[in-house]
Ligand binder design. Structure first.
Ligand code: SF4
Length: 397
């Protein structure tokens, strides 16, 4: 697997892009995790990574998406994004997840990438706006990897995403990335309607043939304005997904990413670990994107280091929720989560004003924490990656 994947990266992309990926993403990412752990040992807190939802504007409306478009759209200003990235770099963190809505709808997102050539950006996009000219510019910059979401094949994709011919249009974005030799990924939230199509060797071989270098599997969370709870997976299906991931990543020349399990197969929650947190389009600092509650905002005049150091809400979240589960508190115990948020004085940062009611209506569901069913990594490279790089870089799961 390693030799074949290495051959792909050496022949399908460019040395300049590969170097930035290995150094600005790989090496600096590992250093960011080490500095994060050193800070914790000193009793200090600043996350290793940040995920920025730069806009709530979107050209799709997916089931289970937490984002709520508004008119005019809410978006982080270029100066705010610039300050956040600069502050993080001072803490040794050079890797950022850029989300939306659809981040390519933000007028200044490319300028942000231009201003920080020494940082690396994971662009979470639905691919519909990933045109030939955008892909060419991303190649010129070299510090961006598009992570294109695929939520089903054909009709399932349209239903999941509230659009028409979405899968085909997404594939055009993938093709533009292949043509411009970008290091490209696909991401999918596995649910009842797509798991049989997307958690398969066939789908991954199709993506390999289309020039995709990594696949990121998420588990569906029934949140947001269109929660569609019947799409959530059962415990048996979650276990089958874990088994599939461990097996397939040892065999195919494509990197398979998850942010749920450590090298021994033990569950973890990136937000509880504190590895990464999320900044909403309004500047609210949330534990993770689907958990739209906050007490801190990047615009409250303090520097970012102080905001994280002082956040009683985030430190309580890490402390209290870790006593309940290693998995996803949103799925496993929404009632306890609601009580915790109310006791913490957290505000609804969803922009809908209904997030507390949504939590109150949520049923208990299985998450990736399945005690006694741990499946360790099979392949040495993933054991190492999980140990040293926290494969998944703390991204929300
Ligand atoms: S979605 Fe759940 S598991 Fe993932 S970071 Fe948020 S709380 Fe943790």
């Amino acid at each position: 697997m390693i030799a074949a994947l290495t051959r792909r990266l050496l022949t399908e992309t460019q040395p300049r892009l590969l170097w930035k990926f290995l150094y600005d993403f790989g090496w600096k990412g590992m250093r960011a995790v080490q500095k994060f752990e050193k800070r914790l040992e000193r009793g200090q807190f600043f996350p290793a990574f940040l995920f920025l939802s730069v806009t709530n504007n979107c050209n799709l409306s997916c089931q289970g998406c937490w984002c709520t478009p508004s008119s005019p759209p809410k978006q982080l200003s270029l100066d705010t994004m610039d300050n956040i990235v600069t502050s993080c770099k001072l803490q040794g963190s050079h890797f950022f997840g850029i989300l939306g809505g659809e981040p390519l709808l933000h007028p200044d997102v490319l300028e942000l990438f231009r201003r920080h050539p020494d940082a690396y950006f994971l662009l979470f996009t639905n691919g519909l706006l990933l045109t030939d000219s955008i892909a060419r510019e991303l190649n010129r910059l070299g510090n961006v990897s598009p992570l294109i979401s695929v939520e089903g094949l054909g009709p399932v994709s349209d239903e999941r995403r509230g659009g028409r011919s979405v899968y085909e249009r997404t594939l055009s974005g993938v093709e533009a990335c292949r043509k411009h030799k970008l290091i490209t990924g696909v991401a999918t939230s596995l649910c009842q309607s797509n798991v049989a199509d997307l958690a398969t060797e066939r789908f991954l071989r199709e993506m390999i043939a289309r020039g995709v270098h990594y696949a990121w599997y998420y588990l569906y969370r029934p949140v947001g304005p269109r929660p569609t709870p019947e799409l959530a997976l059962t415990a048996e299906q979650v276990l089958a997904v874990r088994r599939f991931i461990v097996d397939i990543r040892a065999r195919l020349p494509i990197a398979v990413v998850d942010a749920y399990w450590d090298a021994q197969g033990g569950a973890l929650c990136p937000a509880v670990v504190g590895m990464a947190h999320h900044i909403s389009p309004s500047g609210d600092i949330e534990p993770c994107p689907p958990l739209q509650f906050a007490r801190d905002n990047v615009g409250d005049g303090r520097n970012l280091e102080q905001v994280f150091a002082d956040s009683e809400f985030l430190s309580r979240f890490r402390r209290e929720i870790s006593k309940t589960t290693q998995g996803c508190i949103i799925l496993e115990n929404p009632a306890l989560l609601k009580r915790f948020l109310e006791e913490s004085g957290a505000s609804d940062s969803s922009g809908r004003g209904t997030a507390f009611d949504e939590l109150a209506r949520m049923d208990v569901r299985p998450s990736h924490h399945l005690p006694g069913e741990e499946i360790p990594e099979k392949h040495w490279a993933y054991r190492l990656a999980k140990k040293f790089w926290f494969f998944g870089f703390g991204a929300y799961g």
